[in-house]
Design a protein. Structure first.
Length: 456
């Protein structure tokens, strides 16, 4: 069973990758009780609260008579906070591909939870290192009003307040900001704008900023998810003007270990699994998109993580089957979903804890002291740039950052030979503080302060 957000583009691709993993398991003839493995997708929307999502999952469990053995998802940290404790109560494992809140590392609070995607603690650390790279120490932060946004703000405020000073902050609930966007950015003592939000919210925030005229030089915008450009261009006229304004936007996102560039990292990946997955993906995906997705480097990393999250459950089930018929788990369903339970699952959960295989995103295993995947966290810096004809924008991969037990050098590295295009095509790295203007304003303020001191 997969729980995902039906509205985000990357989530739609994650759903397709979930089905790809199920189809590949059938190709490999992996069965449970002589039955082929199957899966269902429970779609949710951004405007649904956690209780509504839990109710939807609960209804599914109480009305299905199939042998439910795990949940892939949820798509958001906010939903994971509701789904994971419930799943633990009925002994169902949850393997998430995109719930990144740092709280879910806690094995005591979330005992049946695992995740393939790195914790937001690593994202914050990667952003801090990026600020060091460009000699920035301040920012204005805009967060989406949920677990993901507040989680990012808390990490920066509590753990990295000596590295980054937050001059102003705004929250966005999907429709409105808690304060005036333009006035806040104009009065801020920092020209670096950090947006800690999901795909849909980031796109809405950037759209509002374009309409308010606060994107482009002297501002540098950094987001933690991509902007959906097609949706943005549909809602705003004068597309040529906004293309120039958007050029220079930076995005920091988690990425799978492997890359099309050999310089990225020489990690082992199961090439057979990778190629078989690609083959099944092509058969499931619309033929019109096959050329664009001829390899996985054009697919969202979250979709790649979804495959490995699904395969984590399939791998543990397959190992359990080989232990013997007496070890195979079975699901006892009840009309009252909280009375349902995954039975005879001790061996299955043991194999999950001991997960160790090569996925299509790299090695998959989990820490003994947390719910996090071990082996490092990997991030890419993307830069919105106009194409050669200046007719459309594309995200170009510029730099990489990774944190692991092998390489202790945490600096961002250029691995493509591409250079960052800054706002207004500036050749210099922008500074993070407002430039002092010439003229009487500065002198007047200075004299005003002197006169106050004299009166004192």
């Amino acid at each position: 069973m997969s729980q995902s957000n039906a509205t985000d583009v990357w989530s739609q691709r994650s759903q397709a990758m979930f089905l790809t993993a199920i189809s590949l398991a059938n190709r490999y003839n992996i069965k449970l009780n002589n039955q082929a493995i199957s899966g269902d997708i429970i779609g949710t929307n951004n405007d649904e609260n956690g209780h509504a999502v839990l109710n939807r999952v609960c209804h599914y469990i109480s009305t299905q008579r199939s042998n439910i053995v795990g949940i892939v998802g949820p798509a958001t940290s906010n939903n994971a906070r509701f789904i994971s404790p419930f799943a633990a109560h009925i002994k169902l494992p949850v393997v998430s591909y995109s719930a990144t809140h740092v709280d879910f590392s806690d094995t005591h609070r979330y005992p049946k939870f695992y995740r393939i995607v790195p914790s937001d603690f690593f994202l914050a650390h990667a952003i801090v290192q990026l600020f060091k790279e460009f000699n920035w120490t301040t920012c204005t932060i805009i967060i989406q009003k949920d677990d993901y946004g507040y989680g990012g703000l808390n990490i920066l405020s509590e753990h990295y307040n000596r590295n980054i000073t937050i001059k102003e902050r705004l929250t966005f609930d999907g429709e409105e900001f808690n304060d005036n966007l333009k006035k806040t950015l104009l009065r801020s003592r920092s020209k670096i704008v950090l947006v800690w939000a999901g795909n849909k919210e980031t796109t809405s925030i950037v759209e509002r900023a374009l309409k308010e005229g606060v994107i482009g030089a002297p501002y540098v915008w950094i987001t933690t998810d991509e902007v959906t450009l097609d949706a943005l261009l549909l809602n705003i006229s004068e597309s040529n003007h906004i293309l120039n304004k958007l050029e220079g936007l930076l995005t920091v996102m988690p990425i799978e270990v492997i890359s099309s560039n050999n310089d990225f990292q020489q990690w082992n990946v199961d090439n057979i699994l990778y190629n078989d997955t690609l083959s099944v993906w092509h058969n499931l995906w619309d033929e019109n998109n096959r050329e664009e997705y001829s390899h996985f480097h054009n697919i969202s990393s979250f979709a790649i993580f979804t495959f490995d999250a699904t395969w984590t459950l399939i791998n543990a089930l397959n190992r359990t089957v080989y232990d013997g018929q007496s070890s195979i788990p079975w699901f006892s369903s009840s009309s009252y979903c909280f009375n349902s339970s995954l039975e005879n699952a001790d061996q299955y959960h043991k194999h999950l804890k001991e997960t160790n295989f090569l996925g299509i995103s790299g090695p998959i295993s989990f820490s003994n002291t947390s719910n996090d995947r071990v082996g490092g966290a990997y991030y890419v810096l993307k830069n919105l740039q106009l194409n050669e004809n200046k007719h459309y924008l594309i995200y170009k991969h510029i730099m990489k950052w990774f944190n692991d037990s092998i390489d202790k050098n945490e600096k961002w590295r250029n691995f493509t030979g591409q250079q960052i295009v800054w706002p207004n095509r500036s050749e210099k790295i922008p500074v993070d503080y407002p430039q002092v203007r010439e003229g009487g304003v500065f002198r007047t303020n200075y004299l005003t302060r002197i006169s106050r001191y004299c009166r004192a």
